[in-house]
Design a protein around this ligand. Structure first.
Ligand code: ATP
Length: 289
C-alpha cells in the first residue's frame, strides 16, 4: 500500500515540551484519527509536518516527495483546516475566497460554489458574523475546492454541536467516496473516530504511543469487570488501569485470555477508543513513576 505521508524522526522543542522521534505514516484510502489528551502535542505535530513551524530534525514526505524543496507543490495537493481557518472578519465569504483561491493552481470555482450551496452558506455574508459551525464548514469548503488529495485538519469537530459534527463526518466520508486519497485529523472527541476512522495514531507527552488499524486496536484490548476479591498483586499486573468502587472493579487489559484463566466470574467487554487512550495515558504515567 502506498503512503501519502511519511514522517520519521521528527523532533521539535518548546521550552519544557518536546516532540521526540515522531514517526508515522498515512496509508492511502484511509481516514486516520490523531488522538491524545490536551497538550499531548497534536497541534505541534501537525504544524511541524506542514512546515508552519520549524522542526529541529526529521524527514517528512508527502506523495513520495520530500517536504524540503517541494513545499509549494505539496501544499497545492493538500486541503488544510487549522484553528477553524485564519480569516479576515470584515470580508464576505466571497471576498475572502478571492484572496485565497489564487494561491492554488487547481482551484475549482464550481466545486466551491457547490460546497457553499451544500453547506447553506451565503457568499455575501461577512466572516465575522458566522457561527462556529458555519465557519468550520466555510473552512472545509475552501480546503475541498482545489482538488486536494489529502485533507489535514486540527480538531475540526471541537466546539460543534452533535448535529453539525455529524454533518462534518458525512462530508468527510463523501470526500473519500469522491476519490479523496486520505483524511488526517486530530481530535479528543473520540466518539467521532468510532464512527469514521480506519486508522488511529495516538500521541502522549510528545511521543507516538501507537499507530494501528482501529478495529485491530480495539480487538487487542478488553475491559474486565468483576468483584474486587479477585484483585491481588499478581492479577493486578495484567491491567493497564484499574478503577475500584464499593461494587467491584473495572480494568483494561491486553491479556484478556490470561485474565480469564486466573479470575473467575468476570465480565469482558470491548473497549471504546477513549478507554484505550486513557488506559495508555495512565499506564505511561505509572511507568514513569
Ligand atoms: P490540545 O488538545 O489542548 O489542543 P495538543 O495535543 O494539540 O493539545 P499542542 O498544542 O501541540 O498540544 O501543545 C503541546 C505543548 O506545546 C504544550 O505544552 C504547549 O504549551 C506547547 N506549545 C504549543 N505551541 C507553543 C508555542 N507556540 N510556544 C510555546 N509552547 C507551545
Amino acid at each position: 500500500m502506498d503512503h501519502i505521508l511519511e514522517v520519521s524522526g521528527l523532533e521539535k522543542r518548546y521550552g519544557d515540551f518536546a516532540l521526540r522521534d515522531i514517526s508515522f505514516y498515512l496509508p492511502e484510502g484511509c481516514i486516520t484519527g490523531f488522538v491524545g489528551v490536551n497538550g499531548a502535542g497534536k497541534t505541534t505535530t501537525l504544524r511541524s509536518v506542514l512546515g508552519l513551524t520549524n522542526k529541529v530534525s526529521g524527514n517528512i514526505s508527502f506523495f513520495g516527495m520530500d517536504m524540503d524543496g517541494n513545499e509549494n507543490k505539496i501544499k497545492d495537493r493538500i486541503g488544510i483546516v487549522l484553528d477553524g481557518g485564519c480569516f479576515y472578519d470584515e470580508l464576505t465569504l466571497s471576498e475572502m475566497k478571492n484572496v485565497i483561491a489564487p494561491a492554488y493552481g487547481n482551484w475549482c470555482e464550481g466545486d466551491f460554489m457547490g460546497y457553499m450551496e451544500q453547506f447553506s452558506l451565503d457568499p455575501k455574508q461577512k466572516i465575522g458574523t458566522l457561527s462556529k459551525g458555519m465557519r468550520m464548514k466555510y473552512a472545509l469548503a475552501l480546503a475541498l475546492s482545489h482538488k486536494a488529495e489529502l485533507l489535514i485538519m486540527d480538531e475540526p469537530t471541537s466546539g460543534l454541536d452533535p448535529l453539525v459534527r455529524g454533518q462534518l463526518l458525512s462530508i468527510l466520508k463523501d470526500y473519500m467516496g469522491r476519490g479523496g486519497r486520505g483524511v488526517f485529523f486530530s481530535t479528543h472527541i473520540t466518539s467521532d473516530l468510532e464512527k469514521i476512522a480506519d486508522m488511529l495514531i495516538m500521541i502522549d507527552n510528545g511521543e507516538i504511543v501507537f499507530q494501528e488499524e482501529k478495529d485491530r486496536l480495539l480487538d487487542s484490548y478488553q475491559i474486565i469487570k468483576g468483584g474486587t476479591e479477585g484483585l491481588n498483586a499478581d492479577t493486578r499486573k495484567y491491567f493497564l488501569n484499574i478503577e475500584e468502587s464499593a461494587f467491584g472493579f473495572t480494568g483494561i487489559t491486553k491479556q484478556g485470555s490470561d485474565v480469564r484463566k486466573v479470575m473467575r466470574d468476570v465480565l469482558m467487554e470491548r473497549p471504546t477508543i477513549e478507554d484505550v487512550m486513557l488506559a495508555n495515558v495512565e499506564g505511561r504515567k505509572r511507568d514513569v513513576v
